[in-house]
Design a protein around this ligand. Sequence first.
Ligand code: AMP
Ligand code: MG
Length: 410
Amino acid sequence: MPEFFNVKPPRCALEGLLSRLKIDTRSELVPTTEALGRVTTGDIISSEQLPAFPRSSMDGYSVRAKDTFGATESLPAYLEVSGEVLMGASPEVRVRPGYAAIAYTGGLLGEGADAVVMIEHTNRVNDKTVEIVRPVAPGENVIQQGEDIGTRDTVLKKGHQIRPQDIGALMALGITEIAVAARPRVAIVSTGDELVSPEMTPSPGQIRDINTYTIAAAVTQAGGVPVPIGLVQDDYDAQREAALTGLTNSDILVFSAGSSVSSRDMTAQVLDAIGKPGILTHGIAHKPGKPTVIALIDNKPAFGLPGNPVSAFVVFGILVRPTIHSLMGYKMPLRSSTVVARLSRNVSSMTGREDHVPVNLYEQDDVLIAEPVFGKSNLIYTLVRSEGVVVVPLDSGGLYSGDEVTVTLY
Ligand code: AMP
Ligand code: MG
């Protein structure tokens, strides 16, 4: 029986690929409003300061702080009201010694004022006069010019993934267009004589294609553009043709199925034959997903994912997603979304192999419980019915019921 030689731990296998890859991130300009999830290709520098003018952070009166020193409930300071600074207007009101001007949150102070007294610490005696019952220090209740961001400050670093708050912050500076990494194009080839398109009714022995669609959606979620090439028979020439087509228009090539070592499995042969250096890794120390192929074809990463839909999805997550991110110049944070839970049952593993165990989460007496969803690795619904995975590390022989585990959420 043919066997895998040199099975590599997944992290090693990925590093082996990324270290040989010459990354040349393509950049494109997009409207900031459409940049959610995209990755910056350079530092973004502010050309203005925010706030552009000192702003009041409270409703109240702008004053000269000195005029309020010593003010108390029993011995208030009395100031003359010189007017009101309207929102969105520049101050035409002067605050000379002994004067105060009505101020609103976010608005300017009266000219000459250096602090704001909260409205709660004042009493309006009459039209002309306001009573101040607490002192303020210079700068109190004022957001200083440039306090939020200064001129020539770095707004966002290169390799940053744009979030909603970043979009608002860029708009505040009038940056309505930014340079981001072009979305890597990922060609997807599904192989297997048994596969039919989902709109067909399978004859006995046939199954509907799952992987094209799971992988395409995962590519989109990772920030890439899926380019489905279609279904291809277990035929060397047909697969070679599909691989070449895929590579012409894409940055990454993903083959589904046929990645093992039987006589019907051709992925490795095909990916090794069409460019240099060819195969880097065949077989990873991971369950599910041992029969995985990693190749580099004329500086384009190519993957042979196992046909099992669960394996294909899991291996996509550990190898293809980080590769897409690398091409965009984005380093995934080491920690993705996780929760800590207690395992509800024992999970066995083998040392020297990393296991991904799908789990469900529920609460019991205020404790979060992770319930393993067992099932053979070709059951796609084990993924649908689970909320995340627990990783059993390479050097562990398994986990016990009651162990505290970290669940990585999908
Ligand atoms: P293979 O990797 O070719 O040995 O396939 C392993 C298993 O995955 C077989 O049961 C295949 O029928 C199944 N499989 C392969 N490709 C797909 C696909 N695109 N969608 C759903 N199941 C698949
Ligand atoms: Mg097959």
